[in-house]
Design a protein around this ligand. Structure first.
Ligand code: PLP
Length: 390
């Protein structure tokens, strides 16, 4: 078997089709929600499981001028030769741990985030070695309690950054923060965080910082909180056409379309009598004579085991439910007497046009959020990117 046959075989088992035209249209919809702000496409975690590089390129084609990642390694990959990301697109990463790689980041013209003095010391030392200034975004903790500088430590961080700027070791290009409850419209923390952000920005500017961009909005805030847009919005999940939360609304409410369609080919279809125990633990027992379909995807592919006996699958136009436990590589559905052929398509989720379940349905079935469903789809599932621009 040559390599092409191997790839084709893998794609026959299961595939995640990634509709880049939908992604481009989502970027345009999101930009229309924040017309006064620049747009950052967040492509961390391999583009939320959709493939970081093709998604980054498509987002840029649709007007994103910034790309965002969590780790520096993810950001460096976007600057690699062959990634096809134009040099004038800003690439920012925010999840740093002592040791860097600060110097590589500076040399690759990445924008980096600094939340505390240890990072300021390391980035200035690296800038000295690189012989060029770092582009730094100072992060404020306005009430998420995760990364970011607490208000009580802010003046000291700003003073340190100003000294490094005076020494030519960095430019403070951004002041930024992140929201805790933007996906719960009306949550009192939203206003409190925006107020604190304005205060911390004002204090930094009074001390002498002159940033290019101030930014705090994620997808939910981009869609629902115009007062949070400032100079730049950072959108992740909505880019992929998944709503940040059911409370925010459906993708269609915002002109978004789900980008990933996850399908598999039934590996086996067979008759079974009533009273037959199905899968590990026999958590499903056939209620009567029926037919069973074997779906060759499991928790090693990111299909959540918590969706056992709950996850929906479309087979020949009908919703079927996972029968019993999801195993590492496979699960069974009760086909209720229907007899599709082995190889028939099982749609786990898609945009919904064909009546198939969506990412939201799997999130509900597993008691989690859509973010976790898409980001966990495993490397064993080939991504097939369609509708790329020529
Ligand atoms: C992941 C992330 C985002 C994007 O969040 P979404 O809810 O997916 O839009 C924005 N900013 C930061 C700091 C993040 O970590």
């Amino acid at each position: 078997m040559n390599e092409t046959d191997a790839v084709r075989g893998a794609t026959l088992r299961a595939r995640a089709e990634i509709d880049l035209a939908a992604l481009r249209a989502n970027v345009r919809s999101l930009r229309a929600h924040a017309p006064g702000a620049a747009f950052m496409a967040v492509v961390k975690a391999d583009g939320y499981g959709h493939g970081a590089v093709p998604c980054a390129r498509a987002a840029v084609e649709a007007g994103a001028t910034w790309l965002g990642t969590a780790t520096p390694q993810e950001a460096l990959a976007l600057r690699a030769p062959g990634a096809g990301v134009p040099d004038d697109v800003r690439v920012m990463c925010w999840l740093w741990t002592p040791g860097g790689p600060w110097r590589e980041a500076i040399e690759a013209d990445l924008d980096v985030s600094v939340s505390g003095l240890w990072a300021l010391e390391e980035v200035t030392a690296a800038a000295r070695l690189a012989g060029r200034p770092a582009r730094v975004h100072l992060k404020a903790d306005t009430g998420l309690g995760r990364g970011g500088c607490m208000p009580g430590d802010w003046a000291e961080l700003i003073a340190g950054a100003l000294r490094a700027e005076a020494d030519g070791l960095l430019h403070v290009v951004g002041l930024w923060s992140h929201l805790a409850c933007a996906d719960e419209p009306g949550h009192p923390s939203i206003e409190a965080q925006l107020t604190r952000f304005r205060e911390m920005v004002a204090r930094a500017e009074q001390q002498g910082i002159d940033p290019e961009v101030r930014h705090i909005a994620n997808s939910a805030a981009t869609l629902t909180l115009p007062e949070s847009h400032f100079d730049l919005v950072r959108s992740g999940i909505a880019l992929y056409g998944v709503s940040p939360s059911p409370e925010i609304g459906t993708p269609a409410d915002f002109g978004l379309r789900q980008v990933m369609t996850l399908t598999a080919s039934l590996a086996l279809v067979k008759h079974a009598p009533g009273g037959e125990g199905i899968g590990y633990g026999h958590h499903y027992v056939t209620p009567g004579a029926t037919t069973l379909g074997l779906v060759p995807l499991g928790y090693a592919d990111g299909i959540p085991r918590h969706a056992s006996s709950a996850g929906p699958v479309l087979v020949e136009g009908k919703w079927r439910t996972v029968a019993g436990r999801i195993a590492m590589d496979q699960f069974t559905v009760d086909l209720g007497g229907d007899e599709p052929r082995a190889g028939a398509e099982a749609v786990l989720f898609g945009p919904g046009d064909r009546g198939e379940p969506t990412v939201k349905d799997w999130a509900q079935a597993a008691g989690t959020i859509g973010y976790e469903i898409v980001t966990r789809i495993g490397t064993r599932v080939p991504r097939v990117h369609v509708n790329a621009m020529p």
